[in-house]
Design a binder for this molecule. Structure first.
Ligand SMILES: Nc1ncnc2c1ncn2[C@@H]1O[C@H](COP(=O)(O)OP(=O)(O)OP(=O)(O)O)[C@@H](O)[C@H]1O
Ligand SMILES: [Mg+2]
Length: 198
């Protein structure tokens, strides 16, 4: 993992909170806007689970601007779209970074022309179900709520949602709007994660 500094006590705390949230396997990490820390939180939470001996996969479901590649040294073009569109076996889409060898990583794959359609498809639901059946935790990185409906659609079909916001950037009214959007689809909001300004 390239961004070691961000891994700290906070993520052990978040991991504990998730464990106490009940029967939760698939977890969406989202935020209101771009650049609020979604991918960092998803990557650190996934690492925290993997290091505590939970079978964990992190999935780049930001099919607009995939960015898990920023966090892991992985050389692959294969990912979510190969599984969901081309019906490839999900196991063939898994890659590893040697610094977090226990963590399975599924990149986005080729950017599709119709991300929203893909996100709402039965094939996507099946993919998530298969991951839930094979892992203790499925951590899903997504695009921002206020820009695309992808994360809200995923909130409705996954077990839990974590909303990230950035101190001094994300406005209170936007946090409230995002919380309401998650609640409107009966998403299970299990935590708000505050990212401090650097
Ligand atoms: N805990 C943190 N404290 C301070 N800054 C952070 C923290 N986590 C992430 N950042 C910074 O916030 C910026 C955005 O991070 P990241 O890529 O994780 O956000 P994102 O919400 O996934 O962005 P995008 O919407 O573009 O996918 C980066 O510059 C990152 O270094
Ligand atoms: Mg991101």
């Amino acid at each position: 993992m390239k961004d070691k500094n961000l891994f700290n006590e906070q993520y052990r705390y978040l991991r504990t909170n998730v464990k106490f949230a009940g029967d939760v396997k698939s977890i969406i990490v989202t935020s209101s806007y771009f650049g609020e820390g979604k991918t960092s939180v998803a990557a650190n939470l996934a690492k925290s689970f993997a290091l505590s001996n939970h079978k964990t996969v992190i999935v780049d479901m930001d099919l607009r601007r995939p960015s898990l590649r920023k966090f892991y040294d992985v050389d692959t073009e294969i990912g979510v779209t190969n599984v969901v569109v081309n019906k490839m076996d999900y196991k063939l889409a898994i890659s590893h970074d040697e610094s977090v060898w226990d963590l399975d990583i599924i990149h986005a794959g080729a950017i599709p022309p119709n991300p929203n359609e893909l996100i709402s498809s039965d094939s996507m639901k099946n993919f998530i179900k298969i991951l839930e059946a094979n892992y203790d935790y499925v951590i899903i990185d997504t695009p921002p709520i206020e820009e695309y409906s992808d994360s809200i659609i995923l909130s409705a079909i996954c077990d839990a949602t974590i909303l990230v916001y950035k101190v001094g950037e994300t406005r209170k009214k936007d946090i409230i709007k995002s919380v309401e959007a998650i609640r409107n689809v009966k998403g299970n909001l299990i935590g708000l994660v505050k990212i401090n300004e650097k």
